[in-house]
Write a protein that binds this ligand. Structure first.
Ligand SMILES: [Cu+2]
Length: 78
């Protein structure tokens, strides 16, 4: 995350893969599945990294930052 955006906003990973994200802003962010609680990094402080485990089911999953709902991205699980 950088400048209040996810980069890249569209990410493709394998089912069950551990995904690490880096927060390059000074403000805390999260990577949180929009629906179903499929994944959630919890709060990642500025300058820190966090991780989540991708869902085991293939598909397309929207995510947001819970603090900044205008930050949006899509996780594709294959
Ligand atoms: Cu945020």
């Amino acid at each position: 995350m950088k400048n209040f955006a996810f980069s890249p906003a569209a990410l493709t990973v394998k089912a069950g893969e551990k995904v690490t994200v880096v927060n390059e802003d000074s403000t805390a962010h999260t990577v949180t599945a929009t629906q179903g609680g499929d994944f959630d990094t919890g709060s990642i402080a500025g300058g820190k990294s966090g991780s989540f485990t991708a869902p085991s089911k293939a598909g397309s999953y929207a995510f947001v930052c819970t603090f900044h709902p205008n930050m949006k991205g899509t996780l594709t699980v294959r």
